[in-house]
Design a protein around this ligand. Sequence first.
Ligand code: UDP
Ligand code: MG
Length: 314
Amino acid sequence: MKISLIIPCYNEEQALYPLYEALQAAMQQLQEYSFELLFIDDGSSDGTLDVLKLLAQKDERITYLSFSRNFGKEAAMYAGFCNSTGDYAAIMDADMQDPPDLLPQMLEIIQSGYDSVATRRVSRKGEPVMRSFFAKMFYKIMNRISESDIVDGARDFRLMKRSMVDSIIAMSEYNRFSKGIFGWIGFKTYWLPYENRERVAGQTKWNFWKLFRYSLDGIINFSQIPLSLASWTGIGFTFFSFIMIIFVIVRKLIWGDDVARWPSLVCVITFLGGLQLLCLGIIGQYLSKTYLETKGRPHYIVRESNRESARRIN
Ligand code: UDP
Ligand code: MG
């Protein structure tokens, strides 16, 4: 049995050596399996690629794919899936926040009859309080408005069977949100809880705004609720104005016309104007996603790799 370990790396030169050591230790424990280490260099600007080349010279199990620019972690994961050849595949961060020492346990569980073993952080120790707060909110909202099940604290770290990997590759959408994709394709998943670990080296690549945009992407990609919300607000206001019209006519017929009150009119107009723009904006968000999707651009472009047969554009 062969296991593919897919590791997206973006400016991780300091983390790679400790990671490789930990991986070696884990692989040592799992001698009955063969391994393929797929490092995806997501257009790093530091020495990540050089380190990968050095490691690949020492260890022939290592394949690296180096992107022509930074395409983002989602694209890196997709490239990993497309190029993996193992019977099992696991996605793992380069910073060891997804501890390789969980692998033996995950393999044991998957063989007891699951299609995938996913991991979930039970604590967010070492993370800024604000970030944890917004993350919690996101999962609450997302689960309420989306059809696919998204677990709070879920990591991308998971071990999957080939059939599941093939389904993920078949989900070839350009706007990718893996947590949603994993949920959408289904399969039997075991959730393995573990305590949060801190990065071994380097810094997180996600600031607040990047995460905020990513969560909006998640909502738009996996829920149509904002769109129906816009239409329902529209319907609500139409109904309300209809009643207002009747009220005004009846009032005129019974008591005669009142003094014109333009400030209240201005308020109503600006309020409705704002609401219309908001709804237009929501539609625009979906439209722009559709626009990108119809262009059918590749998810990633590989500039350099040590594997002849690698899928370089996909
Ligand atoms: N990563 C990537 N491309 C990016 C950003 C991040 O491949 O544009 C990789 C990064 O190298 C790491 C993983 O995605 O292996 C998770 O990133 P990070 O640790 O910064 O995120 P956090 O754990 O803080 O959520
Ligand atoms: Mg990390």
